[in-house]
Design a binder for this molecule. Structure first.
Ligand code: NAP
Ligand code: NAG
Ligand code: NAG
Length: 389
């Protein structure tokens, strides 16, 4: 301990350790049952930190102490509540993330209420076949108030004793990714209808049950709901609306002990990318609703090229959904869930740039990241024209 004596760095070191120790004692007092955990995850690093200081001297000791503090905070945030008999409602479990989540949570022992758009569809059939008998399927089109109400009655009857622990607002639609000027009003309305109004209605309907359990509301937003991304005017705006709704809910519901978390995943390979039949239909709708001069300015090949983005999407998207599933599990079970999760490749970095850099730099970064190869007809230079041919 000689190295510490007198030096200001040494005192700082002792101060940090003391603060750390007091925090731990407070936490231990809060819950006797947690004592074992607290000892394992917190006291050990403190002792190690002190040992480091004694042997390495104040400078390196401080670094070691900080490392211990950070790692213990990290481990602390990984503390999960037991699954027990917690019941969770998931919307949009027919395909994709919702479907995988229903299976994953069922497997972990949760009582799962899987809302599906089509109770007789292949997704529902698959869940019926592969999941335990704890899982109940609910016919739930989140844009249909009658179905939301019916689902509520069914769920509240089943969870009378245990309460509903979590609601995962997962159902969502992407619409056709294209320039905002070109998208038909119908796409904007549909995105808002499902991604925003649907999720709000489900949240409002089920909140009384969450209040009883002091549970969790998890909303599936998107990277495109947190930052502006070209081609996602309709989808991004609807997700941004949902994000703001949930942000306010997080503030308002904390007094009831309900925690709200948002997931902003990057690209994952699911049903959301659609099928070629659907793209044909959406392309047709887009072209039909376009004024003649807009059609002229963009040019036929640009417009017909929009569709080629969709089959290319899965190549950037990860087929392994486990980062999203673990993020949702953390949001549901962590003692201290985060407000925002960004699972997936490239989900965090653009958000950071958007938040901490000037807008012009963000726009430049996105242009470079998503370098689009096609140019509207009216903007083409002769050389670009020859490249296009
Ligand atoms: N995949 C990604 O890369 C990604 C990225 C960011 C965010 N997200 C978000 O993650 C969520 C899940 O998406 P996903 O990728 O798993 O897509 P998905 O496979 O299309 O899953 C969405 C599910 O919602 C259902 N649905 C659509 N409209 C509905 C309605 N009105 N009522 C109830 N259910 C409805 C869909 O049913 P049908 O299949 O029958 O239409 C589908 O089962 C969405 O909110 C999405 O915006 C996904
Ligand atoms: C809403 O759901 C109910 C009950 O399933 C159904 O009878 C009704 O036709 C649906 N309404 C719409 C607009 O789809
Ligand atoms: C899509 C969505 O609703 N996102 C929000 C969910 O809740 C968190 C925390 O309140 C918000 O920060 C998200 O933006």
């Amino acid at each position: 301990m000689d190295a510490l004596a007198g030096s200001p760095l040494g005192w700082l070191c002792v101060g940090i350790t003391a603060l750390f120790g007091v925090t731990i004692l407070c936490r231990a007092k809060r819950s006797l049952a947690e004592k074992a955990n607290v000892l394992a995850w917190s006291l050990l690093p403190v002792l190690l930190g002190l040992l480091c200081m004694a042997t390495l001297g104040a400078g390196r000791g401080l670094v070691a102490c900080a490392a211990c503090l950070i790692s213990s905070m990290y481990l602390g945030s990984r503390e999960l509540l037991p699954v027990g008999d917690k019941a969770v409602l998931i919307t949009g479990s027919d395909t994709g993330i919702g479907h995988a989540l229903a299976k994953y949570l069922d497997n972990l022992g949760f009582i799962v209420f899987a809302g599906v758009l089509n109770k007789d569809g292949p997704g529902a059939e698959e869940l019926r076949r592969t999941c335990s008998r704890r899982l109940s399927l609910l016919q739930l089109d989140i844009t249909n108030a009658t179905q939301v109400q019916e689902a509520y009655l069914k769920v509240s009857k089943k969870v009378q004793n245990t309460g509903l622990w979590g609601v995962v607002n997962n159902a969502g639609v992407l619409g056709f990714p294209a320039d905002g000027e070109l998208l038909p009003m119908n796409t904007y309305r549909q995105c808002m209808e499902v991604n925003f109004f649907g999720a709000v209605e489900v949240s409002k309907t089920f909140l009384p049950l969450l209040r009883k359990s002091q549970g969790r509301l998890v909303n599936m937003s998107s990277m495109a709901g947190g930052i502006p991304l070209p081609r996602y005017a309709a989808y991004g705006a609807s997700k941004a609306a949902l994000s703001m709704f949930s942000g306010v809910m997080r503030q308002e519901l904390s007094k009831w002990g309900i925690k709200v978390a948002a997931i902003h995943p990057s690209g994952f390979r699911t049903g959301i990318q659609g099928t070629s039949d659907l793209w044909d239909k959406q392309e047709k709708e887009l072209l039909e609703n376009l004024p003649a001069d807009t059609r002229q300015a963009y040019g036929e090949d640009y417009l017909l090229g929009l569709k080629s983005y969709l089959p290319r999407m899965p190549t950037y998207c990860d087929a392994n959904l486990s980062p999203v599933l673990s993020a949702i599990l953390h949001a549901l079970l962590a003692k201290r869930p985060r407000g925002l999760y960004t699972p997936g490749k490239g989900a965090y970095m653009p958000l950071c740039i958007f938040c901490y850099f000037p807008l012009w730099f963000y726009d430049f970064f996105i242009r470079k990241m998503l370098s689009t190869d096609s140019v509207p007809r009216a903007l083409r230079t002769p050389e670009a024209e020859s490249k296009n041919l």
